[in-house]
Design a binder for this molecule. Structure first.
Ligand code: GSH
Length: 204
């Protein structure tokens, strides 16, 4: 059984990645909700698994593994289930490259923009910088998706990592996916995947 930690209400794209992955792989799982941070301090039960106090985090009761960081969790669950990560080294390298692109670039830029959107001291120059970065990422993804149904041919953990951000990028970053037609089609393809519908129904 895999325990996934999340906070309520959880519309966090980082948590969605793991919820989708659990639905895709069919691994048995259960949810443990944790309260919001109390000031700077996260709940003790979360800090034991996620020293940075962030969600998502998981415990695999079968192996005793505890993980935080969504990219590491996706890699772990893919390896455990044998799904959504090719065995071939070159193909695996491709998938890991796009997974790292998300965790190092797209996720942080979206998170920063979200922070400034909620902030009283929202600075247009700073937000503009993140919007431009995100538009550049959309262009990169659009080129990668030209002639491909998924980022690396078959659906993989790279698609699962990038989808939850792409699904909200129009709303958050004032970007129109009409300018990135391959990305737009891919978002529709991902939206139609059964695991994502299942994950959405579970309300995670
Ligand atoms: N790089 C981390 C980011 C995790 C993260 O920032 N999680 C957010 C929710 S999306 C969180 O827990 N924020 C609340 C906090 O830091 O207290 C990952 O990919 O898992």
């Amino acid at each position: 059984m895999v325990i996934i930690f999340y906070r309520i209400p959880s519309d966090s794209p980082n948590v969605r990645k793991v919820a989708i992955m659990l639905a895709e792989t069919g691994l048995p799982c259960t949810v443990q909700t944790v309260p919001k941070r109390d000031g700077e301090r996260a709940a003790d039960e979360l800090l034991r698994v996620s020293p940075n106090g962030t969600v998502p985090a998981i415990v695999d009761q079968e192996t005793g593994a505890t993980l935080f960081e969504s990219g590491a969790i996706l890699y772990y669950l893919a390896t455990k289930s044998g799904k959504l990560l090719p065995a071939d080294l070159a193909a695996r390298g491709e998938v890991m490259k796009w997974l790292m692109f998300e965790v190092a670039n797209m996720g942080p830029a979206m998170s920063e923009l979200y922070h400034y959107l909620l902030s009283d001291t929202a600075d247009e120059a700073v937000m503009g910088r993140y919007r431009r970065k995100l538009a550049q990422f959309c262009a990169i993804l659009d080129r990668q998706l030209a002639g491909r149904e998924y980022l690396c041919g078959e659906c993989s953990i790279a698609d699962i990592a990038i989808f939850p951000w792409s699904a909200i990028i129009e709303f958050m970053a004032e970007i129109s996916l009409d300018d990135y037609p391959n990305l737009k089609v891919w978002v529709d393809v991902m939206n139609r995947r059964r695991a994502i519908c299942g994950e959405a129904r579970q309300g995670v």
